[in-house]
Design a protein around this ligand. Structure first.
Ligand code: 5GP
Length: 209
């Protein structure tokens, strides 16, 4: 058996994918805060910010960072048991709920694979918001409740283990087959990575003709 097939994405591929979906995110969600899931969400968040800059105010959208790490899933894990499989390696800092109240926060990652990371990130952030809301008079809570949405560069087309509530807007840059994606920021030799990516594209074009 050979190496499982990889999909190589270049910096330019990712930049252009993000550019392609940025108008949709700006018009349908209008985020005023990004929460990048590290490390894969950092570069996409920074690139998306370029396209979402408010042309009148020239204001940049602030980028907050969280870090999550996934344990290997045990067979038969349900979405309810996920919390024990994901660990926080970095969070929003002191008073996370305070930073989130009243905001329109876009959670950003590079890839939605099993969806476990996204489910966990959203749930935990929502918990922070709910604890902070409890400190406010009941009449003010609804207006201060954070609106969340999700953006991933690549969504792998596969059955997901993690679940996201249907009322949470979900944006993806591209849908891809269930193969391993090689990202440019993981490459040691970026010229070689780009050369192989170009070769893959040429082979694909040749096969289509
Ligand atoms: P999840 O399975 O929770 O959706 O994804 C967990 C994490 O695994 C992602 O945030 C990403 O860092 C990593 N991951 C999943 N699929 C891939 C892939 O195809 N390529 C790379 N480089 N990382 C991936």
């Amino acid at each position: 058996m050979g190496e499982p097939e990889h999909i190589r994405a270049t910096y330019n591929d990712i930049h252009n994918i993000i550019r392609g979906v940025s108008d949709k995110i700006a018009s349908e969600f209008k985020p005023d805060m990004f929460i990048a899931i590290g490390g894969g969400g950092f570069f996409p968040a920074r690139v998306l910010r370029t396209f979402l800059k408010d042309p009148s105010t020239k204001r940049n959208i602030p980028i907050q960072a969280i870090g999550l790490s996934l344990y290997e899933s045990l067979p038969g894990t349900t979405s309810e048991q996920l919390g024990s499989e994901v660990i926080r390696t970095q969070w929003l800092g002191p008073d996370p709920g305070k930073r989130l109240l009243g905001r329109r926060a876009l959670i950003i990652d590079e890839v939605d694979d099993s969806r476990k990371t996204l489910q966990y990130a959203l749930k935990e952030l929502q918990k922070d918001v709910e604890s902070e809301l409890q400190l406010l008079p009941e009449s003010e809570r609804d207006s201060q409740r954070t609106e969340f949405a999700i953006f991933v560069v690549h969504n792998k087309l596969k059955p997901k283990i993690g679940e996201l509530p249907p009322n949470i807007p979900y944006f993806f840059g591209a849908e891809v087959e269930d193969k391993w994606l090689d990202y440019p920021w993981e490459a040691i030799d970026i010229e070689e990575h780009d050369r192989l990516a170009k070769e893959d594209k040429e082979k694909k074009t040749a096969n289509e003709h």
